[in-house]
Design a binder for this molecule. Structure first.
Ligand SMILES: [Mn+2]
Length: 405
């Protein structure tokens, strides 16, 4: 029985807008959060101890993180090297510099020959000896246009056609790896990819048209005992029949508000050639909390906002307050009182959204074919704004002097 810790999508250095600078350290609190979360994963790997750690890719938001962020990441992973736990760092899309042609941030670990560390930046099979026996891992890093295809091949093709061509190229390469496998050893496919059945939650629409999609049927193979994935931030098993389990552990911490309602964690796997067990281990990460309301019909919009805030439990959470209102209500809002009521939050953002006046006809003065100079346009605008009547002549006067200067 070989024990594996599988984690993915660390994205260290992300989401700084959700944190604040810790005055004691000078470091953004979200980096401290992510570092703490990662250290819990590494603690577990060492305390078990596991025989192998698989990282599914996307270490940072991009391939060129600031040095102190790279260092923070390295400070945790070196503990695995110290504990002599073999580790594979798979290259994800965020780790590749300019579509892969500029190398990958994680390759530094190979250059430095960190003991027991393997960088998965190619499709190949690694045989790893652990104290509980040997295991073979096929690494499948993120595939981009230049990985398997040449420019002339893809010229003039649609994204869907390129996807198809890529799958046709990938198939025999994976088959060749599978043919070379030792049949008696446990086998894991470690891939950073978008599987077609993946549930993206709130990110569904953002992901459409971004990169390649691999059918789950491609991953369900009797030769695999476990398929360790990275890329999708929501934890899920794409093959409930578990033959083999096809697992996204998800990101270890909340990267943005689309992950507000998701559990975060890593996966512990016990693997044998004929039996695999896995378990999702939740991580205690900082809460995110959205307070969203429409106050456009409220007589006392300020009270409505404060009441909505009162119903929520957001101590130490990252909070966003979004409220819809009419422009005439703006002066009824006391933002410092709202800010005061959000003080228990770790950080907060407040976003008023003005609802547009419905079905407002275009002003005839501004109709098609009429070209107005800016001053005429302002005049037309002011003539139609009841609430600006008192200011209109002053505004016009100032606009005139601005135009002249
Ligand atoms: Mn990714």
């Amino acid at each position: 029985m070989i024990k594996i810790l599988h984690l993915s999508d660390i994205h260290m250095g992300s989401g700084f807008s959700h944190g604040k600078v810790n005055p004691e350290t000078g470091i953004n609190t979200r980096l401290e959060d992510f570092l703490e979360t990662l250290s819990i994963c590494i603690d577990r790997a060492i305390s078990e101890p596991v025989d192998l750690v698989l990282f599914g890719g996307d270490a940072f938001p991009d391939a060129t993180p600031a040095p102190y962020i790279h260092e923070a990441f390295a400070s945790q992973f070196r503990r695995l090297a110290d504990a002599k736990i073999p580790t594979i760092l798979l290259v994800g899309n965020h780790d590749q510099h300019s579509q892969g042609t500029g190398g990958a941030s994680l390759c530094i670990y190979r250059t430095l020959v960190v003991p027991g560390f393997i960088v998965g930046d190619k499709i190949t099979t690694h045989r790893i000896s652990t104290k509980n026996g040997d295991i073979q891992i096929i690494t499948l890093p993120w595939l981009n246009n230049s990985t398997l295809l040449t420019r002339p091949e893809t010229e003039g093709l649609s994204l869907g056609e390129i996807n198809q061509l890529l799958l046709e190229k990938l198939q025999p390469i994976i088959e060749a790896e599978i043919r070379r496998l030792a049949p008696d050893l446990p086998t894991v496919l470690l891939g950073h990819l978008m599987a077609d059945r993946a549930n993206l939650g709130a990110e569904r629409f953002l992901a459409v048209g971004k990169g390649f999609t691999i059918p789950v049927s491609f991953l369900i193979r009797p030769e695999f005992d476990y398929v360790a994935l990275g890329h999708v931030h929501k934890h899920q098993n794409l093959n409930p029949a578990n033959n083999p389990p096809i697992i996204y552990p998800g990101s270890i911490d909340r990267v943005d508000f689309s992950e507000e309602k998701e559990d975060k964690g890593y996966v512990l796997v016990n693997i044998d050639r004929d039996h695999t067990e896995w378990e999702f281990c939740p991580l205690p990460v900082r809460s995110f909390c959205t307070i969203k309301l429409d106050i456009s019909q409220q007589e006392d919009p300020q009270k409505a906002i404060l009441d909505a805030i009162k119903t929520k439990d957001f101590d130490h959470a990252v909070v966003r307050l979004i409220y819809k209102l009419r422009s005439e209500q703006l002066e009824l809002i006391n933002s410092s009182a709202i800010e005061k009521s959000l003080k228990k939050a770790h950080s907060y953002t407040i976003r008023p959204e003005l609802i547009s006046q419905l079905a407002r006809p275009r002003l005839p003065e501004l109709g098609l074919g009429n070209t107005l100079d800016p001053l005429e346009a302002l005049k037309a605008y002011l003539n139609n704004k009841e609430d600006l009547k008192d200011l209109a002549s002053d505004m016009l006067e100032i606009a005139q002097s601005l135009m002249e200067s």
